[in-house]
Design a protein around this ligand. Structure first.
Ligand SMILES: NC(=O)c1ccc[n+]([C@@H]2O[C@H](COP(=O)([O-])OP(=O)(O)OC[C@H]3O[C@@H](n4cnc5c(N)ncnc54)[C@H](O)[C@@H]3O)[C@@H](O)[C@H]2O)c1
Length: 365
């Protein structure tokens, strides 16, 4: 069968390779069952490539990403492999800017049956989406930090945060549209909460002002605001009250790990970095050097990210069978945990990557 979509596959470093291979195994039976065909273009990139060649991400890999229909990404980076300035190799950050992937979509959803860390019975209702602005904010300072001297004469480094009108407008428009589609599926949803620090920073006050400007075009969606510090508090106290939460890049980076912690860890937190023309789908986690090579990486976050990729392709190309395949992944994941068919090591069990993959494949309907 002729392939329908060209998927650029970037396994990267550490467990990135392990969870990507598991995900490609899951996608095989789905293609047969739902009648579509993906072609994979596996490309190099990452910290170990940098160590070997001095180049973390060849131009040919970036070109493939520009040409592909979607990008499936594992993880890149390794703490001991750094650039001379002390920062880490992170081609995923370059890609977000290069491909203009402005919306970092990080669903935080409690999978039924998981032993959640919050004691409240309502923890099972956790179902929110962090939308991380992914092209500027404090990450604008990356490769632009300025060394200098402060007013007291001390050596100091200045990392500047950029907040532009365009980035805010498209971030909020994306978030309101996402809230509308979530409300269509679940009438209890329909709220966008702008997470900021507008009580202190001019850029954040600007962002907050644009949020309420854009909210006017979406009267059916509740527009709310929360300071980032209170948001961290409320993510622990009552995360089930949040729906769609757009925020600045660095805030989104940090709170998506906090959100993952609420749903049992990084192994359950998928993501999509989405722009108007391109999108990268990857687990929210990194290369996990502490467990790499042991066969125990949890591939569920990458399975769910692949589901997000199929949904994005299905909506973009009006292909119902891809939407069905995306739903099938989530249903299979929910089934295996709600029935206690697997117990990954990150929740105290003994099931490794292979056992989890086989069980989820066996649960596909
Ligand atoms: N998008 C990316 O590629 C990305 C994201 C974050 C970190 N990184 C890089 O990854 C490296 C490690 O970073 P880190 O340790 O801060 O974060 P990490 O997400 O790799 O790991 C944090 C913790 O979560 C656990 N964990 C992560 N994914 C897991 C999975 N699938 N199954 C079970 N446990 C899992 C790890 O074992 C570790 O204890 C660094 O080099 C960092 O720069 C890359």
């Amino acid at each position: 069968m002729k392939s329908d979509f060209n998927i650029v596959v970037l396994p990267g470093d550490g467990i990135g390779v392990e969870v990507i291979d598991a995900t490609l195994a899951l996608l095989e039976p789905l293609q047969k069952r739902h009648g579509f065909r993906l072609e994979y273009d596996r490309r190099p990139g990452g910290a170990h490539l940098y160590k070997e060649t001095g180049n973390a991400f060849p131009d040919s890999s970036m070109k493939a990403c520009e040409d592909g229909d979607a990008i499936l990404f594992g993880a890149m980076g390794w703490p001991e492999i750094r650039y001379p300035d002390g920062t880490e190799i992170a081609p995923q950050l370059d890609m977000r800017v290069h491909l203009d992937l402005y919306a970092g979509v990080r669903p935080i959803r409690a999978i039924p049956g998981l032993p959640l860390p919050l004691a409240s019975a309502r923890a099972k209702d956790i179902d929110l989406v962090i939308v991380r602005e992914s092209t500027e904010g404090w990450f604008h300072a990356r490769n632009r930090g300025r060394r200098g001297v402060n007013a007291a004469g001390d050596e100091a480094v200045y990392d500047t945060c950029e907040i532009s009108r365009k980035a805010c407008e498209r971030l909020f428009d994306f978030s309101f549209k996402l809230a509308e589609s979530r409300k269509r599926r679940n009438a209890d949803k329909g709220k966008v909460t702008c997470i900021d620090k507008s009580n202190v920073f001019l850029g954040m006050a600007f962002m907050n002002q644009i949020f309420y400007e854009r909210a006017k075009a979406h009267p059916d969606i509740v527009a709310d605001q929360c300071y980032i510090d209170a948001y961290c508090l409320n993510l622990i106290r009552k995360p089930w009250e949040f729906d769609v939460c757009p925020m600045e890049n660095q805030f989104g980076d940090i709170t998506s790990d906090l959100g993952a912690g609420l749903i049992c860890g990084m192994g359950y937190a998928p993501s999509g970095d989405i722009g108007d023309d391109h999108a990268v789908f990857q687990p929210s986690h990194g290369s996990a050097p502490d467990i790499a090579g042991q066969g125990i990486a949890n591939p569920v976050a990458t399975f769910l990210s692949a589901g997000m990729m199929l949904q994005w392709l299905g909506e973009r190309h009006r292909r119902e069978e891809l939407l069905q395949a995306a739903q099938a992944i989530q249903d299979a994941v929910d089934l295996v945990f709600s029935q206690g068919l697997v117990r990954p090591t990150d929740i105290g069990g003994n099931d490794g990557t292979g056992a989890i993959t086989r069980t989820v494949i066996g649960a596909l309907r």
